[in-house]
Design a protein around this ligand. Sequence first.
Ligand SMILES: [Zn+2]
Ligand SMILES: [Zn+2]
Length: 263
Amino acid sequence: MVQKVIEPRLNPSPMVVTLTAPNPPILNDPTLTSTWSHRAWVASGCTTVLISLAKAIAGAAESHTWLEPILAGLLGYILVDLASGFYHWRIDNYGSSSTPLFGTQIEAFQGHHKRPWRVTRIQFANILHVLARGVTLTVLPIDLACNDPTNHGFVAVCSGCIMFSLKFHAWAHTPKSQLPLPVVALQDAGLVVSGSKHAAHHLPPYDKNYCIVSGVWNEFLDKQRAFEALEKMLFFTLGVRPRSWSDHPSSSCMDQRDSDPLM
Ligand SMILES: [Zn+2]
Ligand SMILES: [Zn+2]
């Protein structure tokens, strides 16, 4: 008879997010592996981003104006981290698996709180394909209609970071010893979110450090209690309660129980 497994809890130390599975995952689990459809969307997403980047560089070289496209790219990079925080907060706190459009993601993010290590087992194209599809459908028309290098500086960096944001997040859950050296260098430089920056998010009630691109906004947003203010505003105006108000640490042990012994 197969026994239920209680997943080990995330080490509360903010310096450690190395999460290992109590048992190896199912190797042919279709929710973890990439399909050709996933790879096609990632290829099309990367192509549209690279076209945008090429147009930014070509336009800047032609007009000899590099400053504006570079500043636009930096702005895109900073804003996308902020946007990732608000999106993550919304997905974590409101709605359910039956919510139109967002239901699948809400379910996935809730599952991630219960089984954080699992994200490290999802193959590259599988983890990226949903956002790659969104990037393709958004950036392709911009590539076709616009030649302005400043606009493309913003679009290329912003869309590239959006598309790879879930991979940045997966890297934050991967032990450094298992990451490629360039990724470790990016984490150490603070350019992509690191395990130490992301760890606080995994402490119940999961109401901190929502930003998952660079994590540069986390400290500011948490100090200003920005999400708490929004939650109170939504509660007093619409009467909806965020999930974080009921995800107390005392209930997290029960949440850690998993009905699937291999997951
Ligand atoms: Zn979360
Ligand atoms: Zn996480």
